[in-house]
Design a protein around this ligand. Sequence first.
Ligand SMILES: Cc1ncc(COP(=O)(O)OP(=O)(O)O)c(N)n1
Ligand SMILES: Cc1ncsc1CCOP(=O)(O)O
Ligand SMILES: [Mg+2]
Length: 509
Amino acid sequence: MDKTLGRTSVKTPIVWTIAGSDSGGGAGIQADLHTINSLGGYGCSVISAVTAQNSVAVRLVEAVSDEMFSSQLDSLADDMPADVIKVGLLSTVSQVELLATFLAALETKPYVIYDPIAVASSGANMAQAGLQQAVLETLLPHIDLLTPNADELEILTKVIITSSHDIRRSAKVLLDKGCGSILIKGGHLELVDDVCMDFWTNGEREIVLGTPRIDSPHSHGTGCSLSSAIATVLALDYPIEDALVLAKAYLNQGLKAASAKGKGPGPIAHLGWPTDPTDFPDVILPGSELGRLLNLQGELAAGQGFASCNTDKLGLYPVVDSVEWCQKLLDMGIKTLQLRIKGKTDAEVEADVIAAIKLGKQYQARMFINDYWQLAIKHGAYGVHLGQEDLNDAVLPQISRAGLRLGLSTHGYYEMLRAKKLKPSYIALGHIFPTQTKDMPSRPQGLIRLEKYAALMNDIPTVAIGGINLERAPQVWQTGVGSIAVVTAITLADDPQAVVDAFNAVLES
Ligand SMILES: Cc1ncc(COP(=O)(O)OP(=O)(O)O)c(N)n1
Ligand SMILES: Cc1ncsc1CCOP(=O)(O)O
Ligand SMILES: [Mg+2]
């Protein structure tokens, strides 16, 4: 796994693809290896079947022997264990059973993704009769993520998808069989025009991503590439929601640049880590038209957005827990500041909030109030800072209508894209390094990711936070982020003024 805290990545993760060989190079094992390699993984393969095909036709499919299938699995397991496994075409019932037994016996089970190609009607000639039943009964309990399209879903569950209710009902059938989560790929969903919609659920959470349909005839291998992209991004230690978003961006990027290699439809292009914001999918908010059509839980909607800070560079941004610290830092010339008091009632903090807001105005500084958004509105703060959990309770339209700025915490691609839809005044990216200040549920992001995040969020002010000290500041600044937020680098410093001066020197460089 990627243990990136700084700029160096420790290990290239191993991703296995268990799939069929496509002699035309566009799908199956070949597409998977292109994808894994392109996104920074090391790909190993277990070939389930050899197909003779080109861009026009599949001429012959021959499953490998059970002995060959198992021997490939065992060879890899003995020497090159997988960080993540992607499964594509399984051609015979015995391959399904052998794989289920193999996975059950693994001491350390990696994350397993299954793209159930062979159960699709279009792939019927690649699969043996009875295979679907074997998948349902023996393989699904070992699968962490199943990635069917609507046709495959209907074949597996016998549920015909005509509504969002059907989507959830069919997902439940598969989750009840023991599968960890489902990504229903929207390429074939007809519920919404013009939008390719992907629906993910693990039975507790739901994520819906939308992208305008890219009408290219050259879409051979899209399903294979999507699932192996998810596998690789997970193997690089990103959370599932980020893997879904990145894999979709990888696909969109590849579809836009796809071209024919023979007389028929060509494969998608394999162009590495996606960086173009226009390739990234839209996170569907529950309060949007589509979110309501899909019955997504929650209220979040894009709305009017929030007042601007009138600068992309918020500068050094101390986050402190008392009015005394606010006063000291304003006297030092700080122009962006946050009052962050934890674990008190509104009544207990109200006087401090009033005092901090007053000081902010007096010094013409950008004074943000953390968490206590109602008090911030009541007393006319410059802005409010909210975290992901706060988004469930805060009434964002009230903050917006009152003219306050809004800063939002994010911890990865999915949260950034979702936050951006709310049109906040800035987006905080964290935590970058280990921090003593707060127990974080996620892992530190490191500088490599920060650089990617800052580039993707290039049209909104960004703030980096978490474990940033003077020593690390120059490298953080070089990532292109617009501001550095710090707690202990200042509050535990022997000479806070000297530290503020040194940070300012870095941020002015
Ligand atoms: C500038 C900045 N970035 C991130 C945070 C963290 O906010 P949140 O996730 O709401 O966590 P708490 O600060 O409330 O513990 C922040 N406060 N400021
Ligand atoms: C509030 C918060 N949110 C993410 S990291 C963090 C604490 C940052 O503190 P420090 O600068 O001392 O690591
Ligand atoms: Mg908060």
